[in-house]
Design a protein around this ligand. Structure first.
Ligand SMILES: [Cu+2]
Length: 65
């Protein structure tokens, strides 16, 4: 399980944009998103670096959680 804090993820639209970006990287990824905590948990075979890059490319600011 890889975890990121994404302070600028604020609504359901942000969450779906992030989900889409991660699934483009790894179609089999499973996400658990908490909007209240601005947390994204990803169960994926992709590396932390690649996941962080994908979320950043989608326009967000992922930090180590
Ligand atoms: Cu949003």
């Amino acid at each position: 399980m890889i975890e990121f804090k994404v302070p600028d993820m604020t609504c359901g639209h942000c969450a779906s944009t992030i989900t889409k970006a991660v699934k483009e990287l790894d179609a089999g990824a499973k996400l658990d998103i908490s909007l209240a905590e601005h947390l994204v948990r990803v169960d994926s075979k992709a590396s932390r670096e690649d996941l962080q890059h994908a979320i950043a490319e989608a326009g967000f600011t992922p930090e180590a959680a």
